[in-house]
Design a protein around this ligand. Structure first.
Ligand code: UDP
Ligand code: MG
Length: 314
């Protein structure tokens, strides 16, 4: 329908190498659509020329809007912030590196019109990503499904369409370190997927080094599962049982070469103990973050949201 507005949210972190191509591709795409579009770029503290390039495009085209963070707050918060600025009847979130092809959006819109509030993109193939990344992602989604209280679909990232009602509910969640794809599952509504072929990055390197991947995985698990905490309880069985066993052995054999078994048991239980403390720490850190009650992110500037009247644009 012609009057509907679709917002596209694009988190950006040091994407100078490919951002112009992304902008051109998207402008070209929206020109061919009958719906109206707004493109909301959220700059997550880029240190390169990304902002400059977006601003240049923004000056020439009033579909483009920019939200600037005061520093790097991370991909998930950039998405969250972007959502707050959307006005669309439906909102699409996608990478700023053209890994998520805009041609999939019309299929998502079609599903949305059929009554789905959430249409996620399910990756059936991923190009240009390392075997390590694909393997760890696969493992993560499967482990997550076993641990979590929500039934998050496998192999979906943050490329998805959400209806306005879903976005409104999502924005009511105020987690400090959000795992957006989990939150989206959690809010419910009618959800479905469209399959797509994830492309290779248009330019530049991934902005998700191993450290950020681990943080994302820990945020995901600690925000949607208490099971690791129960494991900590279970772990105590090991030192208890081995203690009883060692004592029995000692009494039964009166054998004092017991030291080697003792050390093995000790090292093993020490390992479990440290793991347990680590698990507790991950949850505690999350609680602390929430209790600190700092703003989740700081927007230093926005551009392009004012009414613009520059004559005829497509
Ligand atoms: N990104 C971001 N902040 C970050 C890391 C990444 O806003 O701290 C953006 C990045 O520019 C991209 C999207 O989030 O548009 C996904 O990141 P990336 O493409 O590097 O991840 P990958 O697709 O390799 O998993
Ligand atoms: Mg990407």
């Amino acid at each position: 329908m012609k009057n509907e507005l679709i917002s596209i949210v694009l988190p950006v972190f040091n994407e100078e190498a490919g951002i112009q191509a992304t902008i051109d591709t998207l402008l070209n795409y929206i020109e061919q659509q009958e719906e109206k579009y707004e493109l909301i770029f959220v700059d997550d503290g880029s240190k390169d020329k990304s902002v400059e390039i977006i601003k240049r495009a923004l000056a020439q085209n009033d579909h483009i809007k920019l939200v600037e963070f005061s520093r790097n707050f991370g991909h998930q918060l950039a998405i969250t912030a972007g959502l707050e600025y959307t006005k669309g009847d439906a909102v699409v979130v996608m990478d700023a590196d053209l890994q998520d092809p805009p041609e999939v959006i019309p299929q998502m819109i079609k599903k949305w019109r059929e009554g789905y509030q959430i249409v996620y993109g399910k990756r059936m193939q991923r190009d240009g990503e390392t075997i390590f990344k694909k393997f760890t992602a696969k493992m993560f989604y499967r482990t997550f499904q076993k641990l979590a209280t929500i039934n998050m679909p496998l192999d979906t990232g943050d490329f998805r369409l959400m209806g306005r009602r879903a976005v409104q509910q999502l924005l009511k969640l105020h987690e400090k370190d959000p795992f957006v794809r989990g939150q989206v599952t959690w809010i419910g509504f009618k959800q479905t997927s469209v399959l797509y072929h994830r492309q290779e990055r248009i330019a530049g390197e991934t902005k998700y080094p191993l450290s950020k991947m681990i943080k994302l995985a820990v945020d995901g698990i600690t925000s949607f599962s208490m099971k690791p905490l129960h494991f900590v309880n279970l772990f105590s069985i090991v030192p208890l049982a081995s203690g009883v066993f060692s004592l029995g052995y000692l009494i039964a054999t009166s054998n004092y070469s017991f030291a080697s078994i003792g050390i093995t048991v000790l090292l093993f239980t020490l390992g479990l103990l440290m793991l347990s403390i680590g698990i507790l720490g991950s949850y505690l850190g999350r609680v602390l973050d929430q209790v600190n009650n700092r703003p989740r992110y700081i927007v230093s500037k926005t551009e392009g949201f004012e009414e613009r009247n520059k004559g005829i644009h497509h």
